[in-house]
Write a protein that binds this ligand. Sequence first.
Ligand code: KIV
Length: 277
Amino acid sequence: MAADKFTVQSFRAAKAEKRPISMLTAYDYTTACLLDEAGVDSILVGDSLGMVMLGYENTLRVTMDEMIHHTRAVARGTRKALLIGDMPFLSYHVSVEEAVRNAGRFIQDGGAEAVKLEGGAAVVEKVRAIVKAQIPVLGHLGLTPQSVNVFGGFKVQGKDVAAARNLLDDALLLQDAGAFGIVLECVPDTLAGLIRQRLDIPTIGIGAGPDCDGQVLVIQDLLGLYRRMRPKFVKTYADLGDAAVAAVKNYVQEVAQGQFPAAEHSFHMDARLLEQL
Ligand code: KIV
């Protein structure tokens, strides 16, 4: 294990030391290597891969096999960051037994060190069983994308007193069931702050304001690579999408004009050998 390996224990320590936790998604080996080299604390193989890698409209069609395939690739490029696999829709909804078996696949087949799943009271029994099987669980509350059809779209959650109280109750239930942290997605910043205060485990925000113990973003959003939608909470740190389109345009033009490849990109042979042919 790398000396400065970030673990589930580091998660807990970070909250105690008030050191903000950084988390990003990754879905492939090359990106995992870059994120790990840059020193991100945790890498999540999110089921958002359904949208940003596979082109689905939402995350509901993502399968266990797709998740394991991508988690394996990310695991090969991750040394220091804590690697978390995201349990897809229906992989933990049917029964406790299936939830434990599928969580186990992330560890055994995928090389993940923890799993994430969405929901509160409805999944707490499954969280408890997965934790009992020695698999660390990260919870996920607020705008849980697997419930997009119930929410009627990607909408901010917890905006009235009843909904906010539900969110807080769910967070406490997940903590009690043994979750080592909770992602809060698209909830008002002050509510996120209150939940953070009430919990001993870290909260990781995405669209939940600065008053969280850590932050997570989808890497395609951070790098400006996913252009179909850009939520308000996203900060684009580099516009690699524009840079990629410009680079490819340049390539297409150089090929058309015979400028690429140049001599320095070609392999050469002694002219005398060529004469013998
Ligand atoms: O699937 C995902 O990428 C996520 C993060 C946005 C938290 O769940």
